[in-house]
Design a binder for this molecule. Sequence first.
Ligand SMILES: *Cc1c(COP(=O)(O)O)cnc(C)c1O
Length: 420
Amino acid sequence: MENEMRNGCSNSLVQEAGAASKSGQACMEAVERHVLHTYNRYPIVFARGEGVYLYDTEGKQYLDFASGIGVQALGYGNSELNAAIKQQVDLLMHTSNLFYNLPTASAAARAAAASGMERVFFTNSGTEAIEGVIKAARKYAFVRDGHADHEIIAMENSFHGRSMGALSVTGNPHYQEAFQPLLPGIRFARMNDLASVEAQITEKTCAILLETVQGEGGIYPAEAEFLQGVRRLCDQKELLLILDEIQCGMGRCGEMFAWQHYGVKPDLMACAKAIGSGVPVGAFFLTEQVAAQSLAPGDHGSTYGGNPLVGAAVDKVFEIFERDKICDHVKEISAYLEQRLDELEQECPCITGRRGLGLMQGLVLSQPVAEVVKEALKQGLIVITAGGNVLRLLPPLVIEREHVDEMIEKLKHVLTSCDA
Ligand SMILES: *Cc1c(COP(=O)(O)O)cnc(C)c1O
């Protein structure tokens, strides 16, 4: 009963999930038959989640150190978040942006307070938040000099999303190849190589875009000197600094936004993933100074963007983060995670390095990481990859020491048996 309350999950729902176990195979078959094959999925159908654990249709338990690619910051079945969403479903889900709505007003105020960036535009995904910052940067530059051929510098090895604009700034030729021509006016520099950024600046440059911590590319945090140097370049040359905090933001790295570690502040920021902690929503943020000379009525929009349903989720997520001091918890627990990972590295010769910030950690492996992920799943542990040889850990931010210990035990088992 206590579980039921915490979980917000009624017995009948659990029974239904149980009944679905018979149809797990049918589910996979239907997906493979009818859903466009853009993902190679693991042969697991998840039926429910509780805390930091997921359960498949067979009832098998998995410790989740991926949190739906950094989305489920508060874990599964957070009763308070779920109640806020359910309540909003009954009150009002959607009105369009032709009108005001209460929960999104509160969410926007909390987002502004948490970031110190006065303006926010809600989107439905990360890639749309990137589209927004690209448009905002181009408009800002256009307003200032009347030219419409501005350039943006992005980083090699980056990931910003799958829509055409976001793909254009994603520094991975493999993702781009078949979809040319992409946006013109994008130049690439190397992360953590300030000279390479400086070398790409022309009289047409309007912005520099980077992930504060590169995620998909293999967990590469910006070095402090580099990020501070980019900020300085932006100030000197009057360029906008755009940070993609879609994966590394929202407490993931121990501050509400990863840039808060560095003593720099962006002019524009893209956010998504954990900001709705399970509800599909993104956002881009602008300082007042940029907003005042950028997107104006008629320049941008979204039918769903920031509707009451997602507004209620974002509002509650920020409220819980502040009240429960989630960032302080991340700082504390990530120190323990790093310590345990470093010990594991000593014990397992196949681990050749560790990179990361807070609860965004990557282990560099000398063996095929895809095999390790599959073996971990057999052990009831969910981890994911980043790049070719990096094992990526993005646990829910609410993990405790016991979960770190359990993960280490399982991973040790996987890595030592792989070593043999
Ligand atoms: C996931 C991600 C995106 C894209 O977000 P979607 O919601 O999948 O469109 C963009 N940038 C970074 C850094 C990401 O991790």
